[in-house]
Every structure is written in structure tokens, then in C-alpha cells.
Design a protein around this ligand. Structure first.
Ligand code: HAM
Length: 418
């Protein structure tokens, strides 16, 4: 019986892992420079954690959650995103005490039952940050800057930051009303989904990918005429601060995001060359969520990036691949025994090293050494053992040097560095 991975779920193979490590390492270094601290939360939660925060009328909650009853008859959901779990943890551990700005980062798998296609998976990874405890627009700008700087450090270009301010609980209902009125006379032309959205959540219509709906949405009123003075000023300040940091952005008044918890700042980073699934990251402010989860009123802002989509944009597979420094080739049984010991000596001296435990001919071992990508090959034959001198071959330049068997790890280390 041959098994295959479940549809929409991917293995990450050793040949690809170098890019993942590079992204994760670069992200951790950058986040810590900005004094964000790592948090790890469970991959499953009580269903209400997600349904209450993301919104009952969103696609994620309506159609995409992996929800099941556990053996204790509790409704459990595999996390479709990280923010809700982190807010739950923030409140549960009273991280608002003592009051200060709490800045967190996280990474890990998320689960959404979406129709799999290029760039869209049912298990996918996110890396994200969440900053709690400040309404100041500088924290919005900081979070957005971190995201763009990370994308820059891993060498991505052709990205576009789309920015909006989707209003607050004071002014968004006004906009919602305007939208409802606008769509009322156009319901026949809207898709079935949007007809349902119209009653409960007309802002969702702005996000519809249906061609007919997009045409109508193009004519729809935008939030900019409905923002209250506080949101207007806040949006201006965020833009001003981003400009001060040299960040380019495009105002997109139709950007609403697919989750209901947002207020004010909302943003997405889009990449060309990814087809329909071109959002590599998204985020925004969610000032009401901590209170909704039973904590004190605590403003918050964050983002999450889709790791697979970002990895697919990273070029230069070779550059990120892990390779041994040294590959040992041995000829004959005695040489093999010595090779086994030397291999361990090199490894204990922190030199990534390998060999072929099946030995084989010189030619086949050299082929394996080449395939491994090792920078150097250490050759041990009967003669070398007799003379207590081994051959170290530089695989790039083909230069060969004789090095003494004694203190081999030290001499190899000094040569491979130079
Ligand atoms: P989101 O926009 O739903 O936001 O997801 C963030 C990113 O995850 C997307 O831009 C995309 O790159 C990636 N992503 C989403 N679904 C899939 C999928 N099925 N397959 C592959 N990649 C996917 C959030 O999740 C919010 N929690 C972000 C946030 C953090 N807002 C505030 N703080």
C-alpha cells in the first residue's frame, strides 16, 4: 500500500529546507533587533477562540476551519491563523500586567480547508508579529516597516504594499450603511455569496473575486468619505511616519482583509509573479480584540506572512542548500576504520562532514563526494596511512595538499577556513 500526503498539504524536503532556515533565521534576528519576543501557542484551540475573533460571517469561519469534536465532546479547531490564539494567550497570562507595550513574534503551521491551488494550501506556515498596548501610529509604521525590511533582507523585490484605514467602531457602521444602500439596487448582478454578505457583512463584498462583483465594487463608495476625524488623522500620521522611514505604499481604499477583527490600519503586501494567490503578507490593527477576549481595553497591531508564497519567490536554490564541508574517501578496510574515527573527530570539532559507509571504488566515492556538494575531500588509502599523511582536495580548485594524520581536525579546520 502506497500512501500520499493529503491534498493541499506539502512535505518540505531537505533540498528546499535551506530557504526556510534562511528566512526563519533572518526573521528572528530582525524581530529581536526591534525587541519582539518569541511566543509559541498550541496548534489547536477551542473553536470559539477563532469563530468569535475572526468573525462568524467570514469565509475562514464559515467554510475553511478544520473543526472537530474531541473525545471529550469539546469543539476543537486547528488554528487557521495565529492572532486569535496569541490574543487568547495574552489575556490568559495577563500579559497586560504591568501595562507596557508587549511585542511578540511567532511562526508555525496554520490550517484552512481551502481549494488547493498554486500558492494555496490546507496546511501552510506563517511568520508573524503582534504588538499590544499602543495606539500610537508609530507602532503601525514599525510593524509595517519590519515586514518590508524582512522581505528586503531575503532579497525579494517587485512587491507592493497596499494600505488602507478601514475606520473604527464609530465610523465603520456609517460606511457599512452606505455600502448596503449602494448594493441594494444591484443584488441581481452580485453573486450568491455576495447576496448573503450584503445583509450581514457588506464589506466582504469588496473582497469578492467574482468578475461581475468586481465590476460593481469598482463603482461602490469608498471608506475615505466616511472616516471620522480621528481615523482620518490617524491614517495621515501612519502614512507620514511610513514616508519618514522611506517606505513606499499604495493607498487602496477597497482593501478590507478577510478577517473581521480589524479597525483602522489594514495592509497587504502583494507580489507580482504569483498568479491569483499574490498576497504574501497581511495585517492591521485590532484594537477591540483583547477586550472581546475578556482582557482590558488594549490596542494591538500585527502582520503574518505566508511562508510558502515567500519561499517560492526566493531565487538561488543552491545558495541556501546545506552542504558538508568535508567528505572522506577511503580505500581498503584499515583505511575505512581510520576514516570512521577521523569522521567523528571532524564532527566533534564542529566541521560538518560525511562519508560513504558503503565505501565502494574510489571513483564511486568521488562521485558521491561531488554530489554531496562538499568543499573538500579527504582521501585515505593504504599509502597515506603508511606515510601518516592524508590528501586534502579542494573540490573547487582541484588543488591537492598533503596533511599530517596527527591532529587532523585542527589542520583541516585551518585549511578549510583559508
Ligand atoms: P491572512 O491575510 O489571512 O492574515 O494571512 C496572512 C498570509 O498568510 C497571507 O497573506 C498569505 O500569504 C498566507 N496564507 C493565507 N492563507 C493561505 C493558504 N491557504 N495557503 C498559503 N498561504 C496562505 C492573517 O492570518 C492574520 N492573522 C494576519 C495578522 C496578524 N493580522 C494582524 N496580525
Amino acid at each position: 500500500m502506497k500512501y500520499q500526503a493529503i491534498k493541499g498539504v506539502k512535505d518540505i524536503l531537505p533540498k528546499d529546507i535551506g530557504k526556510w532556515h534562511f528566512l526563519e533565521k533572518t526573521a528572528k534576528e530582525l524581530f529581536e533587533t526591534f525587541c519582539y519576543y518569541e511566543i509559541r501557542v498550541p496548534v489547536f484551540e477551542k473553536t470559539a477562540v477563532f469563530s468569535r475573533s475572526i468573525g462568524e460571517d467570514t469565509d475562514i469561519v464559515e467554510k475553511e476551519m478544520y473543526t472537530f469534536k474531541d473525545k471529550g465532546d469539546e469543539s476543537i479547531t486547528l488554528r487557521p491563523e495565529g492572532t486569535a490564539s496569541i490574543v487568547r494567550a495574552f489575556v490568559e497570562h495577563q500579559m497586560y500586567n504591568p501595562p507596557s507595550v508587549v511585542k511578540l513574534f511567532y511562526s508555525g503551521p496554520m490550517f484552512r480547508f481551502e481549494r488547493p491551488q498554486s500558492g494555496r494550501f490546507r496546511q501552510f506556515y506563517q511568520i508573524g508579529v503582534e504588538a499590544f498596548g499602543s495606539e500610537d501610529p508609530s507602532i503601525d509604521a514599525e510593524v509595517i516597516f519590519i515586514l518590508l525590511e524582512l522581505l528586503n533582507r531575503i532579497g525579494l523585490s517587485n512587491l507592493e504594499l497596499n494600505l488602507n484605514n478601514i475606520g473604527c467602531p464609530d465610523c465603520r457602521p456609517v460606511y457599512k450603511n452606505k455600502l448596503q444602500k449602494f448594493f441594494e439596487s444591484r443584488l441581481d448582478a452580485l453573486c450568491q455569496n455576495c447576496n448573503q454578505r450584503h445583509v450581514k457583512n457588506p464589506l466582504r463584498i469588496l473582497d469578492c473575486k467574482n468578475k461581475g462583483c468586481i465590476e460593481i465594487v469598482n463603482e461602490a463608495p469608498t471608506i475615505d468619505q466616511s472616516r471620522c476625524d480621528i481615523c482620518k488623522t490617524n491614517f495621515d500620521q501612519v502614512q507620514d511616519l511610513l514616508s519618514k522611514l522611506g517606505t513606499c505604499f499604495k493607498i487602496n481604499p477597497k482593501l478590507v482583509r478577510g478577517l473581521d477583527y480589524y479597525s483602522r490600519t489594514a495592509f497587504e503586501v502583494l507580489a507580482s509573479g504569483l498568479g491569483a494567490q499574490n498576497a504574501v503578507a497581511g495585517g492591521g490593527r485590532y484594537d477591540g480584540l483583547v477586550k472581546e477576549f475578556g482582557g482590558p481595553q488594549t490596542p494591538a497591531v500585527g502582520f503574518a506572512m505566508g511562508v510558502e508564497r515567500i519561499i517560492s519567490l526566493m531565487q538561488d536554490q543552491e545558495k541556501f542548500a546545506f552542504k558538508p564541508k568535508v567528505f572522506i574517501v577511503s580505500l581498503g578496510n584499515t583505511a575505512k576504520e581510520t576514516a570512521f574515527q577521523l569522521l567523528n573527530e571532524l564532527r566533534m570539532a564542529a566541521v560538518p562532514s560525511d562519508w560513504s559507509s558503503n565505501q565502494g571504488s574510489l571513483k564511486s566515492q568521488m562521485r558521491k563526494a561531488d554530489r554531496s556538494g562538499a568543499d573538500f575531500v579527504l582521501i585515505i588509502g593504504e599509502n597515506e596511512l603508511k606515510n601518516e599523511k592524508l590528501i586534502l582536495r579542494n573540490m573547487k580548485t582541484s588543488q591537492q595538499d598533503e596533511i599530517p594524520l596527527k591532529n587532523i581536525a585542527e589542520s583541516v579546520k585551518s585549511r578549510i577556513k583559508s
